[in-house]
Design a protein around this ligand. Structure first.
Ligand code: KMH
Ligand code: ZN
Length: 314
């Protein structure tokens, strides 16, 4: 099939394990450093140009902010593929700002996430789906989110931009869960706290953020155009069963996509994904069937103006 000349190659990000799902929810959720490295490398070989990474405690899968927990898989990932490594600064629910930043300041990655506003982050509805839990921490972690604010104030945002951006030349995946977050980023840009192009991740379907309605995406694309024009690269992730529908729509609209078990444990209705690579392969095939191609890690580096894989400290 002829490849469309009007579409830029689609940058696929794979979010490998995250801090939302818990081990009870899927036997395929990567937990140990070996699992995380193998799954991340598999996703990169399938076509992910960027790997968004969190760490977990190997013994029980609890989100783990310690640099040692990240170090246990980062070198294997670096040696096993040339995908861009993106370290979370969102961390796990309930971590302090300092905890959330520890891994990224240790690793000095090319890319790190930056959440662009404080929101409710309700995982508690997941409680009703399971009767028994693999680990004691899981139900409490989920139920606490009923009274939890995911704090990302302007002071937090400025601090992370200065510490990681100025201090390490790390660039950002700006995570935007609501329209106001785009305006927060426009303010950040006006202040000169970050330089374009801005890699904007639009997030749909988190309880507390925008709902998974495709009309919202259509409107947000107009907002992006007005606020940032050519100085942004945008991408879409949608939680749970909405994941692939939104990814496909984003690619058709000229955007980039994020998949991975952090965002959804499924590959189809009622069918659990067995690996991150399975989700990457699925969206890659759809992108290629639609006449577009996926971006290589080098193309992603160039478009997002990243410092390069040799400039990290792992
Ligand atoms: N779990 C996603 C909805 C982060 O790591 O900074 C958002 C996320 C947050 O990826
Ligand atoms: Zn994340």
């Amino acid at each position: 099939m002829e490849v469309s000349s009007t579409h830029k190659p689609v940058i696929i990000t794979c979010a490998v394990t995250g801090a939302i799902h818990t081990p009870t929810m899927s036997p395929h959720l990567p937990v140990t450093p070996e699992d995380i490295a193998t799954s991340a490398i598999g996703a990169a070989r399938a076509g992910a140009a960027i790997l968004h990474l969190h760490a977990r405690r190997p013994e029980d899968g609890q989100p783990d902010p310690r640099p040692e927990a990240f170090a246990a898989f980062l070198t294997n990932i670096r040696d096993g593929c040339d995908a861009v490594v993106n370290i979370t600064t969102g961390g796990g629910l309930g971590m302090t700002r300092e905890e959330r930043l520890r891994a990224a300041t240790f690793a000095s990655p090319e890319l790190a996430s930056l959440n662009m506003g404080s929101i409710n982050f309700g995982l508690f509805p997941l409680l009703n789906k399971y009767e028994a839990w693999k680990h004691d921490w899981e139900p409490g972690y989920l139920s606490n989110t009923k009274d939890f604010v995911f704090k990302n104030t302007f002071a937090d945002i400025e601090y992370i931009l200065k510490t990681l951006g100025n201090g390490h030349s790390t660039r950002f995946e700006f995570e935007c869960y609501d329209l106001g977050h785009l305006h927060n980023l426009a303010y950040v840009a006006d202040q000169g706290w970050a330089e374009p192009p801005f890699f904007i991740q639009l997030i749909f379907g988190v309880l507390g953020g925008m709902g998974a309605d495709l009309d919202h995406l259509i409107y947000l694309q107009k907002c992006l155009e007005k606020l940032f024009g050519d100085s942004c690269e945008w991408s879409v992730l949608a939680a749970g069963r909405h994941q692939m529908r939104f990814a496909e729509q984003a690619a058709l609209m000229g955007g980039n996509v994020r998949v991975g078990l952090e965002d959804s444990l499924y590959i189809g209705p009622g069918k659990k994904a067995e690996s991150n690579a399975e989700q990457v392969n699925h969206i890659r095939a759809r992108i290629e069937q639609l006449g577009m191609r996926i971006a290589t890690p080098q193309e992603a580096r160039q478009r997002l103006r990243l410092k390069g894989a040799k400039q990290v400290s792992f």
